[in-house]
Write a protein that binds this ligand. Structure first.
Ligand SMILES: [Zn+2]
Length: 479
């Protein structure tokens, strides 16, 4: 049977319940492909023909391979995507005791389809900061945690208690979305004697005399489960960033095995394809021999909430990367400006496939189909950054390799989504094309896309890396 990258995508999705885990998986792939880690806190000693990556906040990652014919001032060929997805994140104080249940306080992150989070078997994943003791001294470390078992659930209300629910299911994000962890009666049995459910008297950690302790703010049941995962004592958990996640594994489905059913396809699907394209386009001995530019993948956190953070696409991370790479070869500051004008960014984020039950939501001439290849997104009002030059280059690469490609523009009577494309185009001043694989159920806890589109996306992106510098050299519309 022919190899399908969708099989590897499913593995990547199953290993990546959060942006932190996705970055960790990306690191593993890059490391095993010979990419070396560099730190933004240190000096960089880069060499043409070598491959590197760095992370910021462990939720954004930038990887790059420098062509053997690269000189400072040459262009960057960049694939950009994002690591985050809409979800429920745990509040600073999660402990809620109501009606005989232990519930977990959550806040909504991004524009999720929140009704899809009801009646799912849920768990928790993210990062925790732990106190470590060695030879009498204390230090602090970050550990990724993930509880595999379904420990939580958000039950719907029975139809008998809400007869109008099928006319429109309305979710109050503050009061309806709290996942249920346990009944207080059972939780009480597992507790240390001093720790009662209702008053939350502290029982763990040496700082437990203080009022605002973790033991007061979170159910000890939850802290114990996290400590078990992290291999530490509950009292050594100093802080955390956790989110609720689905426990149902991602898989390939459909009667013809043609769909990927999974959460977080937006945008781990494009993150995976970009990474694989970079790794495979730089894997052979002479793959960078004729390359004059730098091939780069940048996967950002916080796209779903507007990208304004220290590691989002609205931060200087992209500009910092371009400047540091260029100046590693020549410190003349004009060269970065020149390099940016020679560069090209493909902003890859999932697109809306035509939904057969809601045909009127798409414009007649622009109906992206599953298996139809990457969708080039256009918007005259610059919600997408595509223009004729960038879409031509991207389409031309597809034509040369016989890869299908399609177009999308939103109906004039509907609002248009956006991506990191316009943010990077306006922030860095780089030519950009917005693209993405077609999918359904975007922002649901369980989305779907086409197996063939994973392959088309990967092949298209790999061809972009291998051919962009040559093709771009033939186009000059700036003068
Ligand atoms: Zn997205």
């Amino acid at each position: 049977m022919e190899y399908s990258p969708a099989v590897d995508l499913v593995d990547f999705l199953n290993a990546s319940p959060t942006a932190f885990h996705a970055v960790e998986e990306a690191k593993k792939k890059l490391k095993s492909a010979g990419y070396q880690q560099v730190s933004e806190r240190e000096d960089w000693d880069l060499k043409a023909g070598n491959k590197y990556y760095f992370t910021r906040n462990h939720s954004t990652i930038v990887a790059f391979a420098i062509g053997q014919k690269y000189v400072a001032g040459n262009g960057f060929y960049i694939l950009g995507a994002h690591t985050d997805s809409p979800c429920l994140k745990l509040k600073p104080t999660t402990k809620v005791c109501k009606g005989g249940y232990l519930e977990v306080g959550v806040q909504t992150y991004g524009g999720g389809l929140w009704h899809t989070w009801f009646d799912r078997d849920l768990s928790v994943a993210g990062r925790i900061i732990v106190r470590e003791r060695k030879d009498g001294s204390e230090s602090y470390a970050q550990r990724l945690v993930r509880i595999q078992e379904p420990i939580m659930r958000i039950p719907t209300l029975a139809i008998h208690l809400d007869r109008g629910v099928n006319d429109g299911f309305k979710v109050n994000a503050q009061s309806h979305l709290l996942p249920m962890l346990a009944t207080s009666i059972k939780a009480e049995l597992s507790k240390p004697a001093a720790d009662s459910v209702e008053n939350g008297a502290p029982s763990v950690g040496k700082s437990s005399e203080k009022i605002n302790t973790n033991a007061n703010r979170h159910h000890s049941l939850l802290l114990q489960l996290l400590a078990d995962q992290a291999g530490c004592e509950p009292g050594d958990i100093c802080d955390f960033e956790l989110q609720v996640c689905d426990t149902q594994p991602s898989l390939i489905g459909g009667a013809m095995k043609e769909f990927v059913f999974s959460g977080r396809l937006d945008n781990l699907c494009m993150s995976f394809c970009s990474l694989k394209a970079l790794v495979d386009s730089t894997s052979s001995e002479n793959s960078l021999q004729d390359e004059t530019g730098v091939r780069m993948v940048a996967l950002f956190d916080h796209e779903e909430v507007g990208s304004n953070s220290a590691q989002g696409a609205g931060s200087p991370v992209m500009l910092d990367a371009l400047s540091r790479i260029t100046s590693s070869f020549d410190s003349d500051s004009k060269l970065v400006t020149k390099a940016i004008q020679k560069s090209l960014l493909v902003s890859a984020d999932m697109a809306h496939a035509l939904h057969p039950n809601y045909m009127d939501k798409h414009e007649d001439n622009h109906q992206p189909k599953i298996h139809g290849g990457l969708v080039i997104k256009h918007n005259a009002n610059q919600r997408y950054a595509t223009n004729a030059v960038t879409s031509f280059i991207f389409r031309e690469i597809a034509a040369k390799h016989n890869i299908p490609v399609q177009d999308f523009v939103v109906r004039n009577d509907m609002p248009c989504g956006s991506t990191i494309g316009p943010i990077l185009a306006s922030g860095v001043g780089i030519r950009t094309v917005d693209v993405g694989a077609p999918q359904l159920s975007m922002h649901s806890i369980r989305e779907m896309c086409g197996v063939d589109d994973v392959k088309h996306s990967y092949q298209h992106m790999k061809a972009f890396f291998e051919e962009c510098s040559h093709l771009d050299a033939k186009i000059n519309v700036d003068m």
